[in-house]
Design a binder for this molecule. Structure first.
Ligand code: HEC
Length: 120
């Protein structure tokens, strides 16, 4: 094989394998980022429906004072980023307890994945 052709073939092989590696990385990355909706639904039923209602419509427990539980089906929730909603779930809000002691990072993402299915 002629020297420069050999160089080109090697270069293509190398480029191909790095491309494959980055695609594989992106796939596992996005899997890790997005939660498991089925698990999220179970957690939601256990921890969240009391205030947010069985379908997340904000029709659960009514507080005597302070904000009512958010309607998780509303467009305003849909517009908020994952980061903002995860922060609320972790740290709580007035009348909403923080969940970071009971839900792992992964579980919080699972719950959020389920919440994302509620908004129409
Ligand atoms: C004790 C009642 C209560 C429980 C239980 C509860 N929440 Fe909330 N949640 C609230 C209230 C009240 C608000 C509105 C707070 C506000 O508007 O300041 C809220 C707001 C939210 C929001 C909107 C945050 C935003 O930035 O607009 C999300 C998302 C949310 N809750 C998710 C959850 C999830 C997920 C769970 C279960 C793990 C849960 N909540 C459990 C009371 C509760």
């Amino acid at each position: 094989m002629n020297e420069s052709l050999r160089y080109i073939v090697l270069l293509l092989l190398f480029a191909g394998s790095t491309l494959l590696a980055s695609v594989a990385h992106a796939v596992t990355e996005s899997k890790a980022q997005s939660g498991d909706v089925a698990r999220g639904q179970i957690l939601f039923a256990r921890y969240c429906t009391g205030c947010h209602g069985p379908e997340g419509g904000g029709d659960g427990y009514r507080f005597a004072r302070g904000p009512d539980a958010a309607n998780l089906r509303s467009p305003s929730i849909k517009k908020k980023s994952d980061a903002v909603l995860l922060k609320t779930i972790h740290e709580g809000k007035p009348n909403m307890p923080p969940w970071n002691t009971r839900l792992s990072e992964k579980e919080s993402r699972d719950v959020l994945a389920y919440v994302r299915t509620l908004a129409k």
